[in-house]
Design a protein around this ligand. Sequence first.
Ligand code: ADP
Ligand code: ZN
Length: 733
Amino acid sequence: MPQNDATTPGRDLAADTVSVLLPLPVPGPYDYRVPSGMDVEAGAIVRVPLGSREITGVVWGEPTGEVGHNRLKEILEVRDAPPLAEALRAFVSWVARYTVNPEGAVLRMVLRAPGALDPPRPRVAWRATGEEPERMTEARRRVLALLSDGMPRGQSEIANEAGVGTGVVKGLASAGALQEVLLPAHGRSRQPDPETPGPVLSGDQAAAAAELVGAVEKGGFEAFVLEGVTGSGKTEVYFDAIAATLRAGRQALVLLPEIALSAQVLDRFAERFGAPPAMWHSDVPARLRRATWRGVATGEVRVVVGARSALFLPYAELGLIVVDEEHDGSFKQDDGVCYHARDMAVVRASLEDIPIVLSSATPSLETLVNIDRGRYRALVLASRHGGASMPQVEAIDMTRAGTERGRWLSPTLVAALTETLQAGEQSLLFLNRRGYAPLTLCRKCGHRFACPNCTAWLVEHRHLGRLQCHHCGLSIAPPQSCPSCAAEESLVACGPGVERLAEEVAARFPEARCEIMASDTMLGPQAAADLIGRVEAHEIDILIGTQVAAKGHHFPMLTVVGVIDADLGLDGGDPRAMERTWQLLHQVSGRAGRADRPGKVYLQTYEPRHPVMEALVSGDRERFLEREKAERERAAMPPYGRLAGIVVSGADEGEVRRLANALARRAPRGDGIETFGPAPAPLSLLRGRFRWRLLVKARRDVNIQAVLRSWLDPVKITGSLRIQIDVDPLSFL
Ligand code: ADP
Ligand code: ZN
């Protein structure tokens, strides 16, 4: 097998038998015989037979000895890829143990770039033979002119650059003027250059950057929290740490919430380092994922910017991890292997023995408590770059605002929007609800339109002319008559979504240029970048946005933010509801007032005395957080206690209930541990599956994983039933 000097060579295994971990949810690795003449080391990626299938797994270590030697099957082949380094194998085991999953289920997340292990297919390219085609056209001339430099190019590249159809290439080939050549799968792409200078950093930026650069140069694990309001220069600071990582000859990983992986990030990175990073998220096409996976493993890819799954890539020589917007809930995966990418990133950094930076304007309570406990070190950027001040926040008491029926803007907010328009400035109206209306009902009989597969109302999307379920994607045309009482034209929309709000804005401000910014109105990163560009260019006066508009965009002319329903995230039994609402509204507020223009934020609320509203209005963040910490500590909630959510689901409601009850009878209870439930989950039906929940709550010193294993491992489940374990749950639905 090819030796790759970028990886730590695994130790040679002496025996002719090894254990191989397969990317399957089975209890542990299986033993295989090593055919004579084959060289395998721990971590080697191998193909092995399993029943009638062939499957790719990883040599895990010494044999388990569970199956007699003479009945063992042989390893078929060592795949052409560097072996998984010891730190990554240790990480797989760690995540499996912590999340209470089989190691194979975690390994699957590492090996999940199908085709990355196949030998890269060569690219077909074309070069000019020097022969003139019999018939010459303008298009043909352009192609031959392009290729006259002797450099072979792919068909679509030629078509693009010469501005012709691909048919012209084919035509020239059959006329003998072009000849096919095979190129290596991917040429060496441009590498980020750490020597490109960044901006001159201000005092506290420079101090923070120096700490990080020092930690990168020294190597070794250390966790930093980079804290500062949006626009304080956190990105510039961690860019310096990335530059130091590249200079040290190591790779860097930047984890971002999926939502933030826009073209803006790419541009900004490319501007600083002269080349874009490798991107890793759900929209990256398979071909690129394969190349990135390989490039990461061989060390050719130097910087990855990705969503949470980028944490499981096989870095050859990782030197730094950055988790940007570390408080963001989208780092938590809550199906399959339930893990929190921020927390697991800290684990990976410690196993790789490298520094990690958690960056946020509003660090999570978990992270703040880790600073208090001395486990993470805080680096604080005090102010916005350029000295812009934080906006002034005002709560509008909706119980006495006098808003008209079927309208959502209070007179105070309308006045503020009017003034802003007249001043030639921009406003943002924030409403975290996609679509036209969250509920549709029949005026005659009261029938409500619910999803048949989920415990959820169907949301009207008027521009699409559909009623949709935001959980399972079900989409139906609104019926002409009520399906319950057959009344004609009796359906009414209840409550506002961004589309309905846009309708009100258009009616009130017909002269204003207004646009919606929501995940379903911008299809793809390009559309998002276009819209952001138009806001920046002041082609939009009033932006109406969901949480995608809350993130750190820089809109210099945006001076007013109106939050339509500030109470929206506060109901429900989620212990983090207050923290999250505060974070979100604080972030949204940060959109107002950039550079030299002070901003103003209006919170429409039915509870102006609520601690979250008071904290936002007073700007007294410390008091709010101290109060939150005290509350959580009193209730022994995370991070002062541990939680694990158990969801039993299945196609048959009775079976689900019986299993949940059976689990509850044997549930862990005793010193420092209690179990609540079972009860139907708030989302008691999801994608056609019934769901019941149990919640285990334990003191911090209890080994909750051991408790869960001894409780749930012996349970045999059959048919469509499933038990999902979620350690440190963020969602309680
Ligand atoms: P954050 O990540 O904290 O939101 P950024 O790093 O994105 O902040 O900085 C906000 C803006 O200010 C960016 O356009 C950035 O390039 C600029 N900026 C920050 N620090 C400096 C500096 N020291 N000199 C020049 N521009 C800076
Ligand atoms: Zn549904």
